[in-house]
Design a protein around this ligand. Structure first.
Ligand code: MV4
Length: 619
C-alpha cells in the first residue's frame, strides 16, 4: 500500500478521497489554488501545497505544478478525483513516467482508447455490446451525413470524436441542416478537443440514461456494481441520480450490467470506470410497466474516472469504490466475486449546487451563514464546507451531495423528503428547494422522467415551486444564531451573530459577542466545490448585444477561442468566441446578422462581465 497520496482536486471529492486514504492508513496531500487557501480539502489534508492562481488552467489543470507538488511532498501516488485532470490521458501518461509515483486510475493507454469515441464504439461492438446505430469511422462530408440520414432516417446526431458529456453533439433534423450542423460540430470539436473529426449516430428522442459502475483489478477480475439512472438532467448536467433504475426490470438490468462487464473486460481496463448507456423508453409507458429485455439499449461512452454519483452504488452494494481504486492501483486483487455483489434497497443522490433553480439554475455566490445538514438513518452527506465559508465563482457550483438510502424506492423518497426538509443552509441559494419540488412531481416520483424531462419543464413552475419550498430568498429567523470564527491579532474567536441577515449574510443591526475559539480551528472561506464529472461542460449559448451591435461578455472569464475577426460576416446564432468561466465553456453567439466592425479582445484575454468583445455593423 502507498504511504502518501496526493489528491489533485478540491471540494467534496478531494475530501472523499482523503477519507478513504485515512481509513487505509495512508497520509494525504492537498493541492490548492490562491482561491482555496482555506478550502475544506486543505483543512482535511495532512499537508497542502499551493499550485497557482485561482484560474484552473494555471493551478488545478497545470500538469507540471501538480507533479512538482507530488515530488516535493514525496507522495507515492496521485488521485485525480473527477473533472480537472481526471480524464486527461496525457497527464496520466506523465504521472506514469514519474519514478516512484503511481497514477490512481486506468492506464493512460486505456484512457486514450476509450476517450476516442469511434475506437470505444469499435471495441464495444466487437465485444458484442450493442452500440447506437451509426459509424465507427469518422465522416468527412455533408454527402456522407446525408446518405446516413436517407438510410437510417432523421434525426441524426453528429458527435465530436473527442467529445462526451454533452459537448460537441449536434442534432440534424432534416437534410437542410446537414451542412451547417456538420460545420458547427467540427468547429466545436476543434475548439474544445483539438480534434475536428466527427462521427454519426441515429439520434434517440427520449432515451433514459443508465450507467453501470465497474471495478477492475490488475489480475483480470472485472466486477459490476449495478446501474444508476441519471435521467434527471438539465442541459447535460445531472441533478439527481438513483439506483437501481426505476424503469428497468431485473432481467434488463442484469443484461445491461453484464454487457458493460463484458465490454470492459475486453479492453483490459483497470480501476474504477462507468459504462454509459442509452435505453430507449416508451413515451406511452405507465408507472407500473417496466422496460424488459425487449427494450433497446445502446453503449454510449466509458467514463474513465470516479464519478460524482459513485456514492449511489456504494450505498447499494456496501463497497467502498474509492478505497478499491487505491487498493487496485497498489496492485491488490478484488476480494469479492460477482455473485457476492448484491444491490440492497434503493439510493438517491441529490446534488446540492449553489444555484438558483428559479432563475434558470444560475450559479449563486455568498457566505454560508448557517450550515446544519441532516443526519439520522439512511442519510449520507459528502461535502467540504462549513458555516462561514465563502462560496465563490472560480469553480463550478457543486457544494455537496446528499445521498439517501432506504429499503425500497418509496421509503427512499419519503426519507429524502424528511432529509431535505431538515437541511438548513442559509446565506447562499442552493438546489435544495428544487429537489423538494421534484419529490412533489408526479413524473419523477413515478420514475417516468427521461433525459428530456427537465429541459421541457415549465420555467414558471420551477420558479414557483422553488419559492414554495423555502425559496430563493430564505432568511434566517430573527432569533436565530449564526457563529463565525474570526482571527483578531493572531487569536481565533467564535463570533455569535444575532439578528436578521440581509443579502450577503450580515445583519443590519447585529450584536456581536466573541469567545475564544475552543478548538483553535481556522475561520474558513472556501471556493465552490468542483463538480463537473463531465469535465467542462457547455452551457447554453450566451447572447449579449446591448442594441448598438456591441457583443459583450455576460460573465467573468477567459477567452479560449476567438472565431471571427474584423471584416468577417456573421449570421445571428453564429459562435463568435468561447468564454471559459467557472470551468465551463460558454459559446458567445451573435444575436444579429452583420459584419464584425471592431474586435476588442484576443484569445487568452481575461474579461469581466460587461466588457465589449466585438462590435457588429448591421447590414
Ligand atoms: C445521444 C442522445 C440521443 N441519441 N446520442 C448527451 C451527452 C453525451 N454523453 C451523449 N448525449 C446524448 N447522446 C444519441 N445517438 C441523447 C443524448 C442526451 C443525453 C444523454 C444522456 C443524458 C442526458 C442527455 C440529455 C440530452 C441528450
Amino acid at each position: 500500500m502507498f504511504d502518501k497520496v496526493l489528491v489533485a482536486n478540491r471540494g467534496e471529492i478531494a475530501v472523499r478521497v482523503m477519507a478513504a486514504c485515512e481509513e487505509l492508513g495512508v497520509d494525504t496531500v492537498a493541492v490548492y489554488s490562491d482561491a482555496d487557501e482555506e478550502g475544506g480539502h486543505v483543512r482535511y489534508a495532512d499537508e497542502a501545497y499551493n499550485i497557482g492562481p485561482a484560474r484552473a488552467a494555471e493551478s488545478y489543470l497545470d500538469h507540471e505544478a501538480v507533479i512538482e507538488a507530488a515530488e516535493e511532498a514525496d507522495a507515492d501516488a496521485i488521485h485525480p478525483g473527477y473533472g480537472f485532470l481526471a480524464e486527461n490521458a496525457e497527464f496520466a501518461g506523465k504521472v506514469e513516467d514519474v519514478e516512484g509515483v503511481t497514477w490512481i486510475g486506468p492506464s493512460a493507454e486505456s484512457m486514450e482508447l476509450l476517450g476516442e469515441k469511434t475506437k470505444a464504439r469499435t471495441v464495444m461492438d466487437e465485444a458484442g455490446v450493442p452500440i447506437v446505430p451509426g459509424t465507427t469511422d469518422p465522416v468527412e462530408t455533408a454527402e456522407a451525413v446525408d446518405e446516413f440520414g436517407e438510410e437510417h432516417g432523421y434525426p441524426v446526431a453528429i458527435k465530436a470524436e473527442g467529445g462526451g458529456g454533452g459537448r460537441g453533439m449536434k442534432v440534424v433534423r432534416s437534410d437542410d441542416d446537414v451542412e451547417a450542423e456538420l460545420e458547427s460540430a467540427k468547429r466545436e470539436g476543434e475548439a474544445y478537443f483539438d480534434n475536428d473529426s466527427v462521427y454519426l449516430e441515429r439520434y434517440l428522442e427520449t432515451p433514459r440514461h443508465v450507467e453501470v459502475q465497474i471495478l477492475a483489478d490488475e489480475h483480470g477480475n472485472v466486477r459490476h456494481l449495478g446501474e444508476r439512472d441519471c435521467s434527471l438532467q438539465r442541459r447535460h448536467q445531472k441533478v439527481i441520480e438513483e439506483g437501481p433504475s426505476p424503469a428497468l426490470t431485473d432481467e434488463l438490468r442484469e443484461e445491461i450490467s453484464e454487457a458493460a462487464r463484458r465490454g470492459i473486460g475486453e479492453t483490459g481496463y483497470t480501476n474504477a470506470g462507468t459504462v454509459e448507456f442509452l435505453v430507449e423508453d416508451d413515451p406511452e409507458r405507465g408507472p407500473d410497466e417496466l422496460l424488459g429485455t425487449d427494450a433497446d439499449f445502446y453503449f454510449l461512452e466509458v467514463n474513465t474516472r470516479i464519478q460524482v454519483e459513485h456514492t449511489v452504488s456504494e450505498e447499494l452494494t456496501g463497497i467502498d469504490i474509492v478505497k478499491w481504486q487505491i487498493r487496485v492501483a497498489a496492485g491488490e486483487e478484488l476480494d469479492f466475486s460477482q455473485d457476492d455483489v448484491e444491490l440492497d434497497g434503493h439510493a438517491i443522490e441529490y446534488r446540492i449546487n449553489a444555484e438558483s433553480a428559479g432563475e434558470d439554475f444560475e450559479p449563486t455566490t455568498g457566505t454560508v451563514t448557517r450550515y446544519d445538514p441532516p443526519g439520522r438513518i439512511g442519510v449520507r452527506l459528502d461535502d467540504a464546507i462549513r458555516q462561514g465559508d465563502d462560496i465563490g465563482s472560480d469553480y463550478d457550483s457543486l457544494i455537496g451531495k446528499l445521498i439517501v438510502h432506504a429499503g425500497d424506492r418509496e421509503e427512499c423518497l419519503a426519507r429524502s423528503d424528511r432529509a431535505l426538509a431538515e437541511f438548513d443552509l442559509a446565506g447562499v441559494q442552493t438546489t435544495i428547494p428544487f429537489h423538494r419540488l421534484m419529490l412533489d412531481d408526479d413524473t419523477f416520483v413515478d420514475g417516468l422522467h427521461t433525459t428530456k424531462y427537465l429541459d421541457g419543464i415549465d420555467r414558471e413552475r420551477l420558479a414557483e415551486g422553488t419559492e414554495r419550498f423555502g425559496g430563493d430568498d430564505e432568511e434566517a429567523s430573527p432569533d436565530s444564531e449564526r457563529t463565525l470564527t474570526v482571527t483578531v491579532g493572531g487569536k481565533q474567536f467564535d463570533v455569535r451573530l444575532e439578528g436578521e441577515p440581509v443579502a450577503g449574510g450580515r445583519a443590519a443591526s447585529e450584536r456581536v459577542t466573541a469567545n475564544p475559539s475552543t478548538d483553535g480551528s481556522a475561520g474558513a472561506t472556501a471556493g465552490t466545490t468542483e463538480s463537473a464529472d463531465t469535465g467542462a461542460d457547455t452551457t447554453d449559448p450566451v447572447d449579449v448585444d446591448d442594441g448598438d451591435g456591441v457583443v459583450a461578455a455576460e460573465m467573468d472569464g477567459t477567452l479560449i477561442g476567438v472565431r471571427v475577426d474584423v471584416g468577417d460576416a456573421v449570421e445571428a446564432g453564429d459562435t463568435v468566441c468561447s468564454l471559459e468561466s467557472m470551468k465551463m465553456e460558454n459559446e458567445v453567439t451573435a444575436t444579429r446578422t452583420g459584419v464584425v466592425a471592431e474586435r476588442f479582445v484576443e484569445k487568452g484575454d481575461s474579461v469581466t462581465a460587461g466588457d465589449p468583445l466585438f462590435r457588429l455593423d448591421t447590414e
